[in-house]
Design a binder for this molecule. Sequence first.
Ligand SMILES: *Cc1c(COP(=O)(O)O)cnc(C)c1O
Length: 393
Amino acid sequence: MNSYPVMIVDAIKSVLRDVEHPVSLHEPSFIGREWQLLKDCLDSGYVSSVGEYVDRFEQQLAQYLGVEHVVAVVNGTAALHVSLLLAGVKPGDEVIVPTLTFVATANAVSYCGAIPHFADSEQSTLGLDPAKLRQYLAGILQLDDGQWLNRNTGRRVAAIVPMHAFGHPVDMDALNEIAGLYGLPVVEDAAESLGSCYKDRMTGTLSSLAAISFNGNKILTTGGGGAIVTNDKVLAKRAKHLTTTAKMPHRWQISHDEVGFNYRMPNINAALGCAQLEQLAGFIERKRSLAETYKKTFSDVVGVDFFQEPEFACSNYWLNVLLLDEAKPEICNEVLEALNNESIMARPSWTLMHKLPMYQGCPRMDLSVAENLEQRLICIPSSPFLSQAGDHA
Ligand SMILES: *Cc1c(COP(=O)(O)O)cnc(C)c1O
């Protein structure tokens, strides 16, 4: 083994110090009122889709985000699915998504019967590259009967889904401007970026609809859970209706006026969410402090960069990212092996969406930046409690 992986292992060890091994990538912290609120929820008898914690969680999250409406659902994928439906995505449409993302972004498009159309990322945000997308769309879109069609496939392009990768905001002003040129709705996949700001606004509030995830590995967890976020009252009402089996309100009749989904977040998950939300500011503070320690530590290590938030952002640093100088899978694997051998969990990039068997045939632009990033990107331990180790480093 050459010394390069060893240098990276040593740098991370110096940050982690006496933390107990194995060190996972991201562990939830239950150091607030989780037990208390969960017990209260059980005592109330309302553990399922009805109960005051769901409403409370929605209100408190809306307040935190500075947004009008939040609809809590079973997971982030469901939130994306319903957001896309509400944005008007129809079977046979195409939806612009980054190829560098978690599979849920593309799957949600498929659930609508639509086809993901893969776009490239930029190195400074790890998210959609607005300048490249602008040029690309100008080349392929063609106005037909008031609709923008992909001239190569004849299909309507129906929406753009930026994803704030590892918590770092995409350049949303630039992206919203492009969407505006073609009247395309934007649905933010803010699954990973709860608490991250773009300029002075929270991610998840920068487009007409957004989806957030509260999976166990995210910055705030409800066990499993997600939320649809919007400022639009009509969309919020539709979101609630569609995610509660489209049941018509009535004191005793059970009737439904369309094919809805059983996507409502259970009360017991929302109770956990309420307790977690009280600690979110603290989690973000610790994660930013851990990132700062990694940044300082890696400033001395040659051949690798610690990924830093874009200049317009204040990121939650959900997962800390290293970018190796060289895009060589064998080097990336050596580093991953060296870290995992030391019981320090590290992960590569997601396999790019356009390489997955079910998405290989989908339309796409040149994806060379994402392809380069895929071979250089490594996620390293990022749990908020690790920052204590960093404090005295
Ligand atoms: C976690 C995640 C989702 C989906 O969230 P779930 O709650 O796991 O369904 C969607 N998109 C991205 C980018 C994610 O990281």
